[in-house]
Write a protein that binds this ligand. Structure first.
Ligand code: ATP
Ligand code: MG
Length: 432
C-alpha cells in the first residue's frame, strides 16, 4: 500500500516512545520559570500579518523571506507565528496588562513557523521556550533574565555552552554608530553579498551578523557599538555585567551580536552550543524598550529571550546527556477466561485511580503472549488471573525483576493496600 502523503519538509513528528524527552524539558522550563515568578502566556498560532511586519521588523530575514502568510476566505492576511515576542506584546497590550503590578513576567512554550532551508537544527516548524518581562529598565532585570536561561542549561547538564552579550545602545547613541558603520562598509560595498548591499541602505547593523564568510571577515574590523554607547547605555551595560558577575554567570562580550531594529535597545545576548555545528544558537534575546510603543501602546520597557527546543535536544544528544525514562508499567494483570478478564479490568481501574500505571489484555492474546507483552513494556509486577484465582479470591503477585512471588487478596480495598505495600518495598530495595 502506498502512503497518500508524508509529513511536510522541515517538520518532525514526536513519537510516543520519544515524547518523554520533550516533556522532561518542558517541565524543567516550567519549574525554572516559576522560580523566577513567570507565568504561562498562550497566544494564537496565527496572527494578523501586520503584527509581525511591525513587531519583528520588515527589514528582517523573518519578515522578508521566512513567513507563512496566507489570505483567509474573508480576505484577511494571516501569518503563522514565526516567533513568540510579537504575539506576547500584542496580548499584553490588548488585555491592558500594564495595569497589573509591574514587572509582568510571562513565559511561553510554542511552535513557530519559518519557511527556511531545512537542515540539522533548522526546521520549518520548530519549538521555542521563551520568557518576556515588561515594565523595568533596571539592569538587574536583564541579568535576572539571562540567569534564568543559564540556570536552565545548567540544570539540563549542558556543557560547552557559551554566553555572548553586547549592548546595542539606544536610538540616540545608535545614530552616530550607524553613520560610522555606513562609512566603513561603503568602501566594501561592491564585494558584499546581495543581502548585505540592501542591509547597508536599510538596516546597517545587520551587516555585522551576516553569515557569508567574506562579509563576516569584513565585519570583524567594523566599528563596534560598545565604543559608541552614550553614558546612560554604558552605565546600563556595566550594570548588567556587574549583576551577571554577582550571579556567577560567565559570559564574553561580543560586539558583533546585534538585533538590528530600532526598537531593540541596550542588552542583546546569545547562548551558543559548541556541539551542534553551524546552527549553534540555542537561545537568543535582549531588551526591546521601543517595541510596545511601536505596536501602539504607551512606552514600556521590556526584554525577553527564546530558546530553540530542537537545538537543545540535539545538544543533549551530542553530549550524551540522558533524559530520565518515564516510570514503567507498575503491574500487568494477565488473565484467562471471561470472569478473569473482567476482574483484571476492574483491578486495573482501581489501581489507575490511585495514580498507578496498570495494564491488562485489551487485544485478546493468549496467556503466553500476554506475558511476553508484559516483559516488553517492562512491567515491574505481574499477576495471572484464571478460574482458580477467581474462585479462591487470591492470586500470586510476581516481582518481574527478582522473580519473588507473594499471595495477594483480589478483594478491591485489600488488593490495593497490599499491592501498594509490595511496590513500596520493591522501590526501597531498588533505591534505598
Ligand atoms: P538563526 O541565526 O539560527 O537563524 P535566529 O536569529 O533566526 O537564529 P531567533 O529568532 O533569535 O533565531 O530564535 C531564537 C531561537 O530559536 C534560536 O536561537 C534557535 O535556537 C531557535 N530557532 C530559530 N530558528 C529556528 C529554526 N528554523 N529551526 C529550529 N530552531 C530555530
Ligand atoms: Mg533565522
Amino acid at each position: 500500500m502506498a502512503l497518500i502523503t508524508k509529513k511536510p519538509r522541515g517538520t518532525e513528528d514526536v513519537l510516543p516512545r520519544d515524547s518523554y524527552r520533550w516533556q522532561f524539558l518542558e517541565q524543567l522550563f516550567r519549574d525554572e520559570a516559576r522560580a523566577f515568578g513567570y507565568r504561562e502566556l498562550r497566544t494564537p498560532v496565527f496572527e494578523h500579518t501586520n503584527l509581525f511586519e511591525r513587531g519583528v521588523g520588515d527589514t528582517t530575514d523573518i519578515v522578508q523571506k521566512e513567513m507563512y502568510t496566507f489570505l483567509t476566505k474573508g480576505g484577511d492576511s494571516i501569518t503563522l507565528r514565526p516567533e513568540g515576542t510579537a504575539g506576547a506584546c500584542r496580548a499584553f497590550l490588548e488585555h491592558g496588562l500594564h495595569n497589573d503590578p509591574l514587572p509582568i513576567k510571562a513565559y511561553y512554550l510554542t511552535s513557530c513557523y519559518r519557511y527556511e532551508k531545512p537542515q540539522a537544527g533548522r526546521l520549518r516548524e520548530f519549538h521555542q521556550f521563551g520568557m518576556e518581562c515588561y515594565g523595568t529598565q533596571n539592569p538587574a532585570a536583564d541579568a535576572e533574565l539571562i540567569t534564568a536561561a543559564a540556570n536552565i542549561f545548567d540544570r539540563l547538564g549542558l556543557k560547552n555552552i557559551s554566553l555572548e552579550i553586547n549592548s546595542i545602545g539606544c536610538p540616540k547613541c545608535r545614530a552616530d554608530y550607524h553613520k560610522a558603520l555606513i562609512a566603513y562598509y561603503t568602501r566594501y560595498r561592491d564585494s558584499l553579498c546581495e543581502d548585505c548591499q540592501s542591509r547597508l541602505e536599510r538596516n546597517p547593523m545587520r551587516l555585522l551578523d551576516c553569515k557569508v564568510p567574506h562579509d563576516h571577515e569584513i565585519a570583524l574590523n567594523a566599528p563596534m557599538m560598545p565604543d559608541y554607547l552614550c553614558d546612560e547605555c554604558k552605565e546600563h551595560f556595566d550594570g548588567v555585567k556587574a549583576y551577571l558577575d554577582a550571579n556567577g554567570v560567565t559570559y564574553t562580550v561580543n560586539p558583533t551580536i546585534v538585533r538590528g531594529l530600532d526598537y531593540y535597545t541596550k542588552t542583546v545576548f546569545e547562548f551558543l552550543s559548541g556541539d551542534i555545528g553551524a546552527q549553534s544558537a540555542v537561545c537568543a534575546g535582549g531588551r526591546y524598550d521601543g517595541l510596545i510603543e511601536e505596536l501602539g501602546g504607551n512606552p514600556m520597557p521590556a526584554l525577553g529571550f527564546a530558546a530553540g527546543i530542537e537545538r537543545l535536544l540535539l545538544t543533549m544528544d551530542a553530549q550524551g546527556i540522558t533524559i530520565p525514562a518515564p516510570s514503567p508499567c507498575d503491574i500487568y494483570i494477565a488473565s484467562m477466561g471471561e470472569e478473569a478478564h473482567k476482574k483484571a479490568s476492574d483491578l486495573c481501574n482501581l489501581l489507575r485511580r490511585t495514580g498507578l500505571y496498570a495494564e491488562f489484555d485489551v487485544v485478546g492474546r493468549g496467556l503466553k503472549a500476554q506475558m511476553k507483552y508484559a516483559n516488553k513494556i517492562g512491567a515491574r509486577f505481574s499477576m495471572v488471573l484464571g478460574d482458580d484465582e477467581i474462585a479462591n479470591g487470591i492470586a500470586k503477585l510476581k516481582n518481574m525483576d527478582s522473580g519473588e512471588q507473594r499471595d495477594l487478596p483480589l478483594d478491591g480495598e485489600a488488593f490495593i493496600k497490599e499491592f501498594t505495600a509490595a511496590k513500596l518495598e520493591a522501590d526501597f530495595n531498588t533505591n534505598p
